[in-house]
Structure formats: structure tokens, C-alpha cells
Design a protein around this ligand. Structure first.
Ligand code: GCB
Ligand code: CA
Length: 827
């Protein structure tokens, strides 16, 4: 249990919370009459869940004893979003829970606060509808006071629906829209005079710094108070600023009149704060402001919001500036899901993710493509990350007033809910919404309505919060064909995939320069760039879209250099920090977008160390280790290039005790051509900078298959070929399937046919990168092995239900047929 005490003044206060845990049941929540402050209690535990819709889902008479017991956060798509069926359940689910609340007094108000439910939620208390919320990524609060009986058996029922709705963004996107109450739920009890709890899910209290410099800052708090009494109330408001050591440093008081049943707004000026400790990624000095309201000398409500003193701007010529210092934003994007949890991840995982991003050396985080959990923002404040947060308008809009209204509402919710986080520097509201051109079904008037919506959202952003920059992300063709959209927000984010979806790395820089020259007053930012990879896929000839780790690393080494050489850029965000769930994806791992610097389970990819070596403020030395199983059957196969990512000046390498030359690091990389021997190879890198030395070791297993061509080796030796592929594949057993090759004077290779690769999911197997490639057409393989007894295994898959007879194999070994008319569809 954590007990927080605030001590800001002499007259008050004492926060009394009594929670009795009943054996085997949920907590009994006892609220004592006349106590001060507010009570916030988790409602995460003890829910019953039913997948599907029910007419009487909200009624007490319904028996829910057969429902599944769940705790929140919860999603119903944690499994079906990853199976090989492209669809996942998008529909209704019901949640019910008894609230064991013993209410000792009439002067209390009870609110239920949902941090997020995807995507439409209807909340019922004792059978009565108390609120509906639209949108899966923002929080909302309902006032349940009038429906609660406080007899220990109050029934809360929530109907959640994640069906597609043309009026609710996102309409479609490259991530999974997991349904459910997937974030924390709280009961918040206040007295009957309290800060506005129904302010777009926000705290109702907002701290602003109209001016900040190194020597002085102005601080103002605005907000609103609700009086739920039948008579008018005269209150005293107290705002106190606490420094990062929790010492009060400034305070102000003022009186407020609130008419019965109404809301009064207030502004409190805390005057000038001398020598504020500035907030920055290097020194995230986090202040806090508490605001309290007392009536008749008794504290009624108190709230604490975070505060950081900092100022910033984005310039079209020299990028991002924080606290008067040029601070290029080098960072990453993050989605909120995780293996086995889907999007219903506990706060610990949110916080750990943000920590990993910080540890990677980044100073920037784009929360794409939607507002994220409060734990994410709290951690970004605490650790010092500059954040772009956005609402989920992705890929396209619907031309309807309902879509526009829902979007505006989400934007206001996001801004109010996260307004107080000093980490936030940009509010975003659209991502790649111009539809891919040419696209015949573009509705009449689409671009005009889009521009109109963008302008409406821009206006709201500034109206809600003029202190932040606004941003929008566009794809390559959109940046060209802006149609006015590219100039609406303060910063233009560009999602650019040179060397992945199109063009190549080398043309990336020239493109940026020409765009900057054509639009010299636009602050430009790379909001996304990235390449997918799979630790099982390796090649000496990396190509775009082959998912080899070698290509992804080459991509990032080139892209980040290009970015760093361009001081006019506001910054950049890798797409993505972590691999994430995208149910429609059919890359080499089903339903996963693999562009992470980390795998979905948060193990780091080698390429993450490239960034760490560049950006982290500590020694980094990392021998690549995604390719520890290697095999070779042709001359030269034992020679491999091996990379070490480091910020040391020089790196030395030892392989099996043999020293290689010391090399100077360039672009945080050193590369060696290493000869491996059969079996285990000990690789050790030694990095040195002045007197500092670090070591990193890996063991590489090399299977030398060349002897098979000179002598018969009866047991345990094999050659496995990844037919039709230029990359090798390592399966679950550690077997290395070598890249295909054509036969030229031995020792083996394919004759006839040609290599071909599809990007479809393979049913019934997760060896997708092995089975997605094949040599098509009449072909045979020749292996010049010595005489002996061999086993030949033929592995094949059909990707879709083809007509019988579509693909038929006749197999023969040494011209002796052993299977004729083999038709996988007919099996
Ligand atoms: C983008 C989108 C993002 C996708 C990404 C990709 O431009 O903004 O949602 O996930 O590309 O990986 O294709
Ligand atoms: Ca949370």
C-alpha cells in the first residue's frame, strides 16, 4: 500500500482511507462521512465477462455465474488476433462486477473512471445507463452517485463494442484493434464540492507556464469546481507548487463562489518563480502543483498535477530547440501491445517500455497512433522524453459530421487528459489520410472535407493548448501532393521508407534536401522510418523486404546517418521501438509488424545497439548475436562479416583466441571478416576509449557442410536448402536452411526454374520465411556427393486453397521416380 501525504498548509489535512479486504471476495470500500480529500480505489479485480451481446446484460436478474472470471485490464482478442485466420472478433462483450461500497454519508460523490475501453462503452449502474463513451484510446469518467445504493451489492455492467464503425476513428490501420476494457478502472469518491470530474476525462485542473526562462517562470493554474449541493457554497482555493524534492516553493489562495448544482471556473496566479530548475531529457526536474478546495474550513477536494518548467520551438532551418538549446529529437514510435496480453498490458509493462526507450538513448517518443496509458506519460515525465501524442485518425476519414465530431471530441479528451505532462511537446491529429493514389473509389469532395477537418482540429488544438506544437504525419506521395494539408500543422511529420517500400537508402538524403528547398518555411520531421526483420532470416545480399536482419541493420545505419547530417530536421522517430500486433500482416511472422528495434517480447534486436551506441550516454559494446547458428556447404562459406556496435574509439576482436587488427569505429560500427571453424567459435570484442575498456563475448556455432562433398559422412550430416530464396533460414531445431544457388560446376545447386517469393501467411506452420519462397517451374537440384545412402526430404506448402490440379509435383531421385502427381491441395 502506498500512502501519499500532502502538507501544504496549517489548517489541513488528513486523508483517511479505510479498505477492508474480505476473505475470498473483493475489497469492501468504506467511505467515512466528513473525511477530507478524495479516495481513488482500483476496480480492476473481480469482473465477470461474456463475449457476445445480451439484451439483459445490464440487469440484476441476469445470472452471470457462468461467465468467465476476469481481472482488468482485459481484452478478448489476445489470442485470435494472432492465429492464422485473418479476422479477429470484432463485436460486443459484457463486463459485470459487484461494487461492495458502504457509503456512510450523503455528502459524497462517486465516479467511475475508465482509462480506456475499445471502442464504444456503455456503462450501467444497477440497471440504469449512466454514460456512453466513444473512442478506444481516451479515458472517460461517469458520475454514478445517483444510481449507487451503497448497500454492498451495487451492480456495475459495461457493454463494450469494438465493431467497425464508419464514424469512429481509426477506420483501418496497420495495427490490431483489440476490444475490451483494456486499461485500469477506478472508483473515485469525492465530497460534494469537488474539482470538475466530468471534464473530457481530464483532471479539471490545468497548470500553465505563460513564460519560462532560466531565471524566472510565471505559473498559473486554471480549472473548474463543481458544487453538487442543494445550496450555494463559498470555497477557498489553495494552489501550492512543490519542487522536485517535494518542498513547497510557492503558494496562493483565493475564494470562489459556486452556485448550487453548478460549475465555477477559476484562475490562480502563482506569480513569478525564481530560478526554476528546468525540465529536460538530461535533467527531468519534475515539480508538482497541488490544488485544494475547502468549504467551511474543511478540505473538500485536493488534486496534484505534474509540472515541468521548459520552453521549446521548432524551426524550419535549424530544427528543434529546448530551453534555448538546439536539441534534435532522435527517437522512436511505440505501440501499446505485448505478447499474450494484447493491448491489455499492466502499468508495469508500460513503464518498462518507456524505460527501455530511454535506456536506448532516445530523447523523443511518438505515441503512434493513439493516446496511451497514463503510466506511459508519467514515466516519460519522470525519465525525460519529449513526446508527440496523437489521436487515431489513420489512413482515411469518413466524410460525415459524426466522424468529425468524434474526432474533435477525442482531440479535446487527449489534450485535457494529458495536458499537465511536461513531456508532451506536440499534439498530432492525422496520419497518412490522403488515400493512396491513384485510387478509383475516392469519394467526391474527400480532399476538401479532409482539409476542412484538419483545420478544425488545428483550431481546437490551439484553443485547448496554445503552448504545444501541432503535428501531422504524411506518407511519401502525400508530401508531394499536399493539397494544402501539409501546411496546416506546425510540424510536418513524414513517414518515409526509402529502401523498404520504395527507392533505396541512397536517395533518401537528396529527397529530404529537395523537399526542404521547395518548402523552406516548413519544419520537417521524419515521424517514421524503419525496416522489418526476423532473427531467423539472414543473407549476404540483403534486399528491401527480405526481412533479413542484415538488411534492417544496413537500412538503419544508412537512414540515421542521413538524418543526423541534416540539421534542419526537427527530428526523427524509428518505426517502431517494438514489433507489434497487426492482424492482417502476412510477413515472415504472422500478424506481426516486424519493424521493431526490439522483438515483440522485448528482447533487443542487434540494431537497437546501433542507436544505443550513437545516443546513450554510456559505453556501449555489442557483438551482433542474432545469427549464432551458421552453416555452409560451398567454398567461402566459413568466412562471414561480423559487426560490432560501439561508441568506443577502437575495437579489437578475438576469434578462438586469434587476434584481429584493432579497428576504429565509424558510424558506431566496426565490421570484420571472420573465418569460422566447425563447431563452437568464441568471439570476443574489446572496446577501448582512453582508459576505459569493455568486453563482449558470443559463441557462434558453425556447421561446416563441405566435407559431405569429398567423403561420405554417414551420421548426422545434412544439407538443407531454402529453395528459391537468397536468404538462409534457421528453424526451431537450429537447423540452417542455406540460401538457394544455381548449379555451376558443383558442389550443388538448382537447375532450371526460378526463385520466387510470396508474401502470404502459410497455414499450419510458422516457418513462413522458409515456405514463402520456392523455385518455380520445372527444376531439379544436383548434389555432387560421394556414394552412400542418403535420405531426401521434400518440404512444401500451398498458401491458399487452389483448385485441385493447380500445382502438381513429380519427384524423382537420380531419375528414379518416387512420387508422381503429388498435389498438396488434394491431400
Ligand atoms: C506507416 C504507418 C504505420 C505502419 C507503417 C508500416 O506509414 O503510419 O501505421 O505500421 O507505415 O510499417 O508500414
Ligand atoms: Ca494504467
Amino acid at each position: 500500500m502506498i500512502l501519499n501525504t500532502f502538507s501544504t498548509g496549517a489548517r489541513w489535512l488528513c486523508l483517511v482511507v479505510l479498505v477492508a479486504i474480505l476473505p475470498g471476495g473483493s475489497a469492501e470500500i468504506v467511505v467515512l462521512n466528513g473525511t477530507a480529500g478524495r479516495l481513488k480505489v482500483t476496480l480492476n479485480d473481480g469482473w465477470s465477462f461474456h463475449k457476445g451481446d445480451l439484451e439483459a446484460g445490464h440487469l440484476a436478474g441476469l445470472t452471470d455465474s457462468t461467465w468467465v472470471n476476469v481481472d482488468l485490464p482485459h481484452t478478448w482478442n489476445a489470442e485470435d488476433a494472432f492465429d492464422k485466420r485473418p479476422e479477429y472478433y470484432r463485436g460486443v462483450g459484457w463486463y459485470r462486477r459487484v461494487l461492495n461500497l458502504v457509503d456512510a454519508g450523503p455528502d459524497k460523490r462517486h465516479f467511475i473512471h475508465f482509462e480506456g475501453a475499445n471502442q464504444v462503452a456503455d456503462v450501467y449502474v444497477n440497471g440504469q445507463h449512466v454514460g456512453q463513451h466513444i473512442g478506444g484510446y481516451t479515458a472517460f469518467t461517469v458520475d454514478a452517485t445517483d444510481q449507487l445504493r451503497g448497500d454492498g451489492a451495487d451492480l456495475i455492467a459495461v457493454r463494450v463494442d469494438n465493431s467497425h464503425d464508419p464514424n469512429i476513428p481509426p477506420l483501418n490501420a496497420d495495427f490490431t484493434f483489440y476490444g475490451g476494457i483494456y486499461r485500469d478502472v477506478w472508483l473515485i469518491t469525492t465530497s460534494d464540492v469537488h474539482f470538475n470530474m466530468l471534464d473530457y476525462g481530464g483532471p479539471g485542473v490545468y497548470a500553465v507556464t505563460p513564460s519560462v526562462s532560466e531565471t524566472a517562470a510565471a505559473l498559473r493554474v486554471r480549472g473548474s469546481v463543481k458544487n453538487d449541493r442543494l445550496e450555494n457554497a463559498a470555497g477557498v482555493l489553495t494552489a501550492t507548487l512543490f519542487d522536485p524534492q517535494y518542498r513547497p516553493v510557492a503558494s496562493t489562495q483565493s475564494t470562489i463562489e459556486i452556485l448550487a448544482g453548478s460549475i465555477s471556473e477559476f484562475i490562480l496566479d502563482l506569480g513569478e518563480i525564481a530560478d526554476p530548475k528546468l525540465w529536460s531529457p538530461e535533467a527531468p526536474n519534475l515539480y508538482g502543483v497541488t490544488v485544494a478546495i475547502s468549504v467551511e474550513d474543511l478540505l473538500r477536494d485536493v488534486i496534484r498535477v505534474p509540472l515541468g518548467f521548459r520552453w521549446f520551438r521548432a524551426d524550419a532551418d535549424d530544427g528543434f530547440w529546448l530551453n534555448g538549446k538546439r536539441t534534435p529529437l532522435y527517437g522512436t514510435n511505440r505501440h501499446q501491445d505485448y505478447p499474450t496480453y494484447g493491448n491489455a498490458v499492466p502499468d508495469e509493462i508500460h513503464r518498462r517500455d518507456v524505460n527501455m526507450i530511454k535506456q536506448n538513448g532516445f530523447n523523443f517518443l511518438r505515441l503512434a497512433h493513439y493516446p496511451q496509458d497514463p503510466a506511459v506519460l508519467e514515466e516519460a515525465d519522470r525519465l525525460g522524453l519529449l513526446v508527440w501524442e496523437e489521436i487515431p485518425i489513420v489512413n482515411l476519414i469518413t466524410i460525415s459530421e459524426a466522424f468529425a465530431t468524434n474526432s474533435e471530441n477525442m482531440l479535446r479528451e487527449m489534450i485535457r487528459q494529458h495536458h499537465n505532462h511536461p513531456s508532451i511537446v506536440m499534439w498530432g491529429y492525422m496520419n497518412e489520410v490522403m488515400l493512396r493514389e491513384p485510387r478509383p473509389e475516392i469519394p467526391e469532395g474527400y480532399y476538401e472535407r479532409l482539409l476542412d477537418l484538419a483545420n478544425r482540429l488545428e483550431t481546437i488544438s490551439k484553443e485547448e493548448d496554445g503552448s504545444r506544437l501541432t503535428a501531422m504525419a504524411q506518407s511519401l506521395h502525400e508530401v508531394y501532393n499536399g493539397r494544402g494539408l501539409s501546411d496546416v500543422s506546425d510540424v510536418l511529420g513524414m513517414n518515409l521508407y526509402f529502401g523498404w517500400y520504395y527507392h533505396d537508402f541512397e536517395t533518401f538524403g537528396a529527397f529530404l534536401d529537395s523537399l526542404h528547398a521547395a518548402h523552406p518555411s516548413r519544419p520537417l520531421m521524419i515521424s517514421e522510418y524503419g525496416a522489418g526483420s526476423d532473427e531467423r532470416v539472414h543473407t549476404r545480399q540483403p534486399r528491401a523486404f527480405d526481412f533479413s536482419t542484415e538488411h534492417a541493420q544496413a537500412y538503419h545505419r544508412s537512414a540515421f546517418l542521413t538524418i543526423r547530417e541534416r540539421p534542419y530536421l526537427v527530428g526523427s522517430g524509428v518505426w517502431n521501438q517494438f514489433d507489434f500486433g497487426s492482424s492482417h500482416r502476412q510477413d515472415t511472422k504472422n500478424a506481426i509488424n516486424q519493424k521493431g528495434l526490439y522483438f515483440f517480447d522485448r528482447t533487443p534486436k542487434d540494431v537497437s545497439y546501433y542507436y544505443k551506441a550513437h545516443l546513450a550516454n554510456k559505453p556501449v559494446l555489442h557483438v551482433e548475436r542474432e545469427r549464432l547458428s551458421r552453416a555452409g556447404s560451398i567454398p567461402g562459406d566459413s568466412l562471414y562479416s561480423l559487426r560490432v556496435y560501439s561508441n568506443h574509439d577502437t575495437v579489437r576482436l578475438m576469434v578462438n583466441g586469434v587476434p584481429y587488427d584493432a579497428r576504429a569505429t565509424a558510424n558506431a560500427t566496426t565490421v570484420w571478416d571472420v573465418g569460422f571453424i566447425q563447431g563452437s567459435n568464441n568471439v570476443e570484442a574489446i572496446g577501448t576509449t582512453e582508459s576505459q575498456t569493455d568486453r563482449d563475448r558470443v559463441v557462434v556455432r558453425f556447421e561446416d557442410r563441405r566435407p559431405m562433398f569429398t567423403s561420405f559422412t554417414p551420421l548426422g550430416s545434412e544439407i538443407a536448402v531454402n529453395s528459391g530464396a537468397h536468404y538462409s533460414y534457421v528453424d526451431d531445431e537450429g537447423r540452417v536452411w542455406e540460401p538457394d544457388r544455381d548449379y555451376h560446376e558443383g558442389p550443388w545447386g538448382g537447375v532450371g526454374g526460378r526463385g520466387s517469393r510470396i508474401h502470404h501467411r502459410i497455414y499450419g506452420s510458422h516457418d513462413d520465411p522458409l515456405l514463402q519462397s520456392t523455385r518455380i517451374g520445372a527444376a531439379h537440384y544436383r548434389f555432387d556427393v560421394s556414394a552412400g545412402l542418403y535420405e531426401v526430404e521434400f518440404v512444401a506448402a500451398e498458401t491458399e486453397r487452389k483448385q485441385e490440379g493447380h500445382r502438381v509435383f513429380n519427384l524423382a531421385v537420380n531419375a528414379v521416380p518416387f512420387a508422381n502427381g503429388l498435389d498438396l491441395t488434394a491431400l
